[in-house]
Design a protein around this ligand. Structure first.
Ligand code: AMP
Ligand code: ZN
Length: 106
């Protein structure tokens, strides 16, 4: 997707550092952190939100990616959040899973 900021990040357009990555997803630090550690798990394919995601196997692998990225970041305790739709606070319309740990300000 041309105008999608997360597609651009996945494409390497901004030189964003990936703290973890695999075949399905990349994981990077949120630019405006709401916790001591705030990571975003973003699938490589462009899907607007959970409402448009029909691949349940991919959703399962994304949750495994959450676990693997948290482990790599040394997080034992963390919160996962998926905002779906504007009214729920979704700002970037490329599905992503927030990982928040430490002092959570959300
Ligand atoms: P959401 O509100 O669930 O759509 O979350 C979008 C998140 O993306 C917000 O927490 C933003 O701070 C974060 N964000 C937006 N642009 C960037 C960027 N260029 N790099 C890292 N995080 C970003
Ligand atoms: Zn995208």
């Amino acid at each position: 997707m041309e105008d999608c900021i997360f597609c651009k990040i996945i494409n390497g357009d901004f030189g964003t550092e990936f703290v973890y990555e695999n075949e399905d997803a990349v994981v990077f630090k949120d630019i405006n952190p709401k916790a001591d550690t705030h990571l975003l798990v973003v699938p490589r394919i462009h899907v607007e939100s959970l409402n448009e995601l029909n691949d349940e196997a991919l959703l399962g692998r994304l949750m495994m990616t959450v676990k693997e990225a948290a482990k790599k970041a040394g997080l034992k305790s963390y919160r996962t959040v998926i905002n779906t739709g504007k009214e729920a606070g979704q700002e970037v319309f490329h599905i992503h899973i927030h990982i928040l740990s430490g002092d959570i300000r959300l």
